[in-house]
Design a protein. Structure first.
Length: 121
């Protein structure tokens, strides 16, 4: 379902990518206060008049396979980095500034949040 603004226009969608350093124990190593803040984010997003279209946590990077241009498949993520994509959201909201405000709601232990507009249909 596409949300509509007060003017009746479809609201734009944004990907919110969560980057964190990988922890040895995965989700079990996330401090309880950080996990609780993540669980409360949905309520805060809704209170802002936005909607979470999809959200997903990802398996550890060890489970990742990368397919290269020549068809070669390698273990691990495409870009070697200390931080990995831990999860992502797709949200519908009024504009980029609102999407950035949503990104700021997410507790970050030792990484960053990237907010990127999706291509309109």
């Amino acid at each position: 379902m596409i949300e509509r603004s007060e003017t009746g226009k479809a609201m734009p969608q944004y990907a919110i990518l969560i980057y964190e350093k990988e922890t040895p124990g995965g989700v079990a190593d996330i401090p309880p206060d950080v996990m609780e803040a993540n669980l409360r984010a949905g309520e805060k997003i809704a209170a802002m008049g936005a909607r979470v279209v999809h959200e997903q946590a990802l398996q550890p990077s060890a489970a990742t396979r990368t397919i290269h241009k020549d068809g070669l498949v390698t273990d691990g993520p495409f870009i070697e980095s200390k931080e990995v994509i831990a999860g992502f959201f797709v949200v519908e909201t009024t504009d980029l500034e609102a999407a950035i405000a949503i990104g700021k709601l997410l507790p970050i232990m030792d990484g960053a949040v990237e907010v990127r507009p999706l291509l309109a249909e």
